[in-house]
Design a protein around this ligand. Structure first.
Ligand code: NAI
Ligand code: 15L
Length: 265
């Protein structure tokens, strides 16, 4: 691919992908509202608020693929979520429509199903059960991606990421963790696939204790290699297990289910 756009490139996942995806495109166009530092040899750096339609239109021009990580990534005031995750996503899809439909990977979240219990094993046909306004914004994003595919043929991989960090940070993440390496290999599979469509893919490694079934997406050839289980002993040695009746042990969304609706100023 010639130019891959990564939004949210200054964030946790964006920084990890910036370092690991440089081989997958001749040029990485990196964007965020936060500081991205200096551009590396095959990088372009663009400061851009996703809520600014004109700026997003310019941002997407000339890109052959988009890894969309930018936006509010936890529960927050609705006004912030509205700008970044709803308006921002609409701006991105309109820009993609104007600029030749580059394939999009949309970072959705497990919080679209956060109110399922951890003893429920679900696939992508399960109705959404978002656990907060952040989760609702990702439901909107998934619906928007689906509509742009049906109406305009815009292809998107909707990746419902569980928890993508260097390693699982708590016992709950033993089920939903995705390693950086597995995410990189998913990105490769999505951009190489002869036909993508608009699948929902659970963004998880091959964890022993997973709650989610990805068998419908096997046509992509993505075979995650890591397994969070290798961190269980370390977690047991360093952390208390969550109380069996606590949100962290009961709900797939963990403590997000307990978040309030944050008041506006
Ligand atoms: P993060 O919060 O570290 O990064 C998000 C980036 O988006 C930040 O650098 C922020 O400055 C930028 N951003 C926020 N509002 C913006 C706006 N209006 N315009 C432009 N940029 C804006 O989050 P993280 O962990 O890197 O996650 C990346 C994406 O993946 C997010 O969309 C998040 O919802 C999703 N995700 C991440 C998971 C994880 O485990 N890291 C799990 C599930 C979903
Ligand atoms: C998310 O959607 C968040 O962006 C991330 O920060 C993690 O908290 C993750 O979900 C999770 O559920 O662990």
């Amino acid at each position: 691919m010639k130019r891959l756009l990564i939004t949210g490139a200054a964030g946790g996942l964006g920084s990890a992908m910036r370092a690991r995806l440089s081989g997958q495109a001749e040029i990485l166009r990196l964007s965020d509202i936060a500081d991205l530092g200096a551009a590396g040899p095959n990088e372009e750096v663009v400061t851009c608020d996703l809520g600014d339609a004109e700026a997003v239109m310019k941002l997407v021009e000339g890109c052959d693929g988009i890894l969309h990580l930018g936006g509010v990534s936890v529960e927050d005031k609705f006004s912030k979520i509205l700008n970044a995750n709803l308006l921002g996503l609409f701006n991105l899809y309109e820009a993609a429509r104007a600029h030749g439909h580059p394939r999009i990977i949309f970072a959705s979240s497990n919080h679209v199903v956060g109110f399922y219990r951890q003893d429920q094993h679900i696939d992508v046909k399960a109705p959404m059960k978002p656990d907060g306004l952040y989760g609702v914004s990702k439901c909107f994003g998934e619906a928007l991606a689906s509509m742009y595919f049906d109406k305009f043929g815009q292809e998107t991989a909707i990746v419902r990421i569980g928890s993508c960090f260097e390693k699982p940070l708590n016992h709950r993440m033993l089920s939903g963790w995705m390693s950086y390496d597995d995410f990189v290999s998913l990105v490769g599979c999505v951009f190489r696939a002869p036909m993508l469509g608009c699948p929902i893919i659970w963004g998880i490694s091959d964890n022993d204790s997973k709650w989610w079934d990805n068998s419908h997406a096997s046509y992509l050839g993505w075979r995650p290699k890591d397994n969070a289980e290798r961190f269980r002993a370390e977690l047991d040695a360093t952390q208390e297990r969550p109380a069996p009746t606590s949100a962290m042990a009961v709900y797939q969304g963990g403590k997000f289910v307990k978040d309030p609706i944050f008041p506006e100023d």
